[in-house]
Design a protein around this ligand. Structure first.
Ligand code: AMP
Ligand code: FE
Ligand code: FE
Ligand code: ZN
Length: 287
């Protein structure tokens, strides 16, 4: 039996590629992380594992450890909840079926949003397709990029605060499972579920929902993330200490799509080791 594996940081466990709404191919994402001094990196595209192979190969050739991951979409009432899934089995049927369903409905929903925007702006579906790579998980960021390309907004941030805002006329919600189901699917696939940016602008999730997620196998919270805010952050910090939960910190890098830079938040070596020790679905790739 091999002993517990050691992980060498700095570790950044939340990075996006063009397989979802990042702007670079997985190999370039790993190269960007490497340039910022990262030694262990995860790829966590929304609702897909399709970037893993390219990222793993690139990470290895750069001498980095690769942790396969995903950011699974979930929804609680009106708010979206993102469940980071580390080291799940990418072929486990239930998780696979759900991600397939989410990606398909994201595509339908993007078309609906585009149709609504087209009533007021000269924007066609091809403009959006031009911003996505084949098979990528489609999201509002791609519509934002199309709006930028057409000159209607300056950048993604302006699109999100205006045309793409959930409070605006053009918004359509996406299909996503409830957070307890999402956590259960990740655990069921041998993955380690961690709630991404859990103390963002929407504030703390209801404590009884958090309890139900913990019962379903929730492993911890991404407390190191630029969007987290007090007082929700302090509440979760106390909860994680009390229950001995896993705590991560990450950049949520999206290439040019967000100002976030690799390594702006990191996860400690012992927490990375705890994530890996808990996973049974797949294994990290060492150089
Ligand atoms: P969607 O999942 O299609 O509803 O889009 C949400 C995604 O848009 C998230 O994954 C974020 O990465 C991205 N996003 C949200 N707000 C912004 C923003 N202000 N600037 C850039 N990207 C954003
Ligand atoms: Fe994103
Ligand atoms: Fe997220
Ligand atoms: Zn993310």
């Amino acid at each position: 039996m091999p002993g517990p594996q050691r992980f060498e940081g700095p570790s950044d466990l939340h990075l996006h590629s063009a397989h979802s709404d990042g702007t670079q191919p997985p190999a370039e994402v790993m190269a960007a992380a490497h340039r910022h001094g990262i030694r262990t990196a995860a790829l966590t595209d929304h609702d897909t594992t399709s970037g893993w192979a390219e990222a793993a190969e690139a990470a290895s050739s750069l001498g980095m450890t690769f942790v396969p991951g995903m950011e699974l979409s979930a929804r609680h009432e009106w708010r979206s909840v993102h469940v980071l899934a580390y080291l799940p089995d990418p072929d486990e049927p239930a998780l696979r079926a759900e991600t397939t369903r989410i990606r398909a409905s994201r595509l339908d929903r993007a078309r609906l949003i585009a149709d609504r925007i087209a009533r007021d702006y000269d924007l066609v579906w091809d403009d959006i397709l031009a911003q996505t790579t084949d098979g990528a998980t489609v999201g509002r960021p791609h519509i934002a990029d199309a709006l930028v390309a057409r000159g209607f907004v300056r950048d993604r941030a302006e699109a999100f605060s205006g045309i793409l805002s959930p409070r605006g006329d053009y918004y359509v919600a996406l299909y996503a499972p409830d957070p307890v189901t999402a956590v259960g699917l990740v655990s069921g696939a041998g993955g380690v579920p961690i709630i991404a940016h859990p103390a963002g602008r929407a504030g703390l999730l209801p404590m009884r929902l958090i309890e139900r997620m913990l019962d379903a196998g929730l492993a911890g919270f991404e407390l190191g993330h630029r969007e987290n805010r007090e007082p929700a952050l302090g509440t979760l910090r106390a909860l994680c200490r009390e229950r001995d939960l896993i705590v991560t910190g990450s950049s949520d890098y999206h290439g040019l799509g967000k100002p976030n830079t690799p390594g702006e938040n990191t996860t400690t070596d012992d927490m990375v080791a705890r994530v890996v020790a808990r996973a049974t679905g797949s294994a990290p790739v060492h150089p």
